[in-house]
Design a protein around this ligand. Sequence first.
Ligand SMILES: [Zn+2]
Length: 387
Amino acid sequence: MWWFLAPRVAFGEEALDALETVKGSRAMVVTDQTIRRLGFVEEVVQRLRKNGMEVLVFDEVEPEPSKETVMRGAERAREFSPDWFVGLGGGSCMDAAKAIWVMYERPDLRIEDITPMTELGLRRKARLVCIPTTSGTGSDATWAAVITSREEVFKAELASREILPDLSIVDPRLASKMPPSLTASTGMDVISHAVEAYLSQWSNPFSDALALQALRLAFRYLPRAHANGSDMEARDKMHVAATMAGMAFSNSQIGLIHAMGHSLGAVYHIPHGRTVGLFLPYGMEYAREVARERLVDIAWAAGLEAPSREETVERLLGWVREFVRGLGEPLSVRELGIGREDFEGRLEELVRKAMQSTGIFTSPRVPEDADCRRLFLYAYEGKRVDF
Ligand SMILES: [Zn+2]
């Protein structure tokens, strides 16, 4: 038996007004300083207050949020006793809101205990709304969260069906302030989610439909949103695509591309979207042997055709590299300014972390350590995968 899980979704123009349907007495908004400066925190607070709620704003979330921040947030929550959490921002804010919520309701647990095997018993005290301000992580539609541990230089990939938000508010206006480089890197995250969901061994008809449509939208509208941030049609389509891709991978699984991306990001502190965008071509090239038919479908979603299926896949693999390049995103680890010697010195750590990642075993082609090592080295140089 399989399940398909998704939050209630309010989307489109003025979707933020959906906050007026949230009934409760105290809301804790989990966000960061940038979102505050953009004026979105104030907009959210006003709507909640209009609804008769008392509001506490916790705006201390940093990029790649740490365990320490989560524990501090949970402490504030215990003093305030919210019945709603509002995760407002990019993936970091929404993931932090999920983890703070768990630690608030279950102070007896450790963050690492948030696994699909643990019964959390959430929603006795509070529920969760997520409002994305980037078109990227899709965290508003997933039951996963990534929290970084400073001491262990590791990204904990937390997952529990219970941390799925109750409501997701997908209002494109909130994503319209992203600068071009953030539009590009978060957009590459959307594409990586959809590609991995579609290639995953756990893909299913529900996740397939969402993944393919997210790809059609992102392939078409990401270059437009990147070129002109005030193209609201492109912003709207990318914002929806991000949530759809989030639903897709949350109901199938991410894979090798995210495993390698998380590993590189944890070791070198590089933003998530940039690392997964970098490994996207390598993951697709490595999968070609076992996932040809699925790659043909992805090529069609990109509007590519060729006389044979082999040539279609070949065209897609070349086209994806051009697509990444066209957005000004890196295609090799070297371009990130990481020295070869340093990289080789940390190669074993990178391989170990990638191989420990939860998605790796549902990848279309599961690598052994040796292949994972080779993939990292190819990605360092920017070389096409030929094994
Ligand atoms: Zn991602």
